[in-house]
Design a protein around this ligand. Structure first.
Ligand SMILES: C[S@@+](CC[C@H](N)C(=O)[O-])C[C@H]1O[C@@H](n2cnc3c(N)ncnc32)[C@H](O)[C@@H]1O
Length: 149
């Protein structure tokens, strides 16, 4: 990338003080936001950083799948859920926040974004594992959103 890009690390629960206001064309957040409990402060920061017309593009675990993995006591709350992954034979537990569909979009609207596109993606042909292909093709695994300042 040479001098054309600058790499910074940040805790997304904190203000993004290194990013000037109205300086950014696109924010991409792939499978990140569901690790944050409270979206309000971050969405306000991203709205501040984006240029007018700039886009926030993100994917999260689909709220319906999160609900199926929860204890299902109250769909309408934001709750911490956990999931076990097989990592080369070792079980790793991931923890993330499940939120209702309305909370996803209300948070964006309250931060001043307009919803531009929503997708529940299915895989392109060529997934080698037939069981994984079936799951990705027939269940709500991910939610993709593009929101515009
Ligand atoms: C499932 S990984 C996704 C990585 C990559 N974006 C991708 O799509 O392959 C989740 C990422 O969220 C980051 N993350 C989780 N909580 C965060 C926080 N509070 N601040 C910054 N990054 C965070 C983790 O460091 C990790 O890189």
């Amino acid at each position: 990338m040479g001098a054309r890009a600058r790499l910074e690390t940040a805790d997304l629960n904190e203000p993004l003080t290194m990013v000037p206001s109205a300086s950014t064309d696109v924010v991409v957040a792939s499978l990140v936001l569901h690790y944050l409990k409270d979206w309000g402060p971050l969405l306000a920061e991203l709205h501040r950083c984006l240029k007018p017309g700039g886009a926030l593009v993100f994917s999260i675990h689909h709220p319906i799948t999160g609900w199926l993995r929860s204890d299902r006591t109250d769909y309408h709350r934001v709750e911490l859920i956990s999931e076990n992954w097989d990592w080369n034979g070792k079980t790793v537990t991931g923890r993330m926040y499940r939120r209702p569909v309305s909370a996803v979009f209300t948070s964006l609207l309250e931060a001043g974004f307009a919803i531009d596109a929503v997708e529940e993606p299915q895989p392109a042909p060529g997934v080698e594992d037939p069981e994984l292909d079936r799951i990705l093709r027939t269940t709500p695994v991910f939610l993709y959103v593009r929101a515009v300042r």
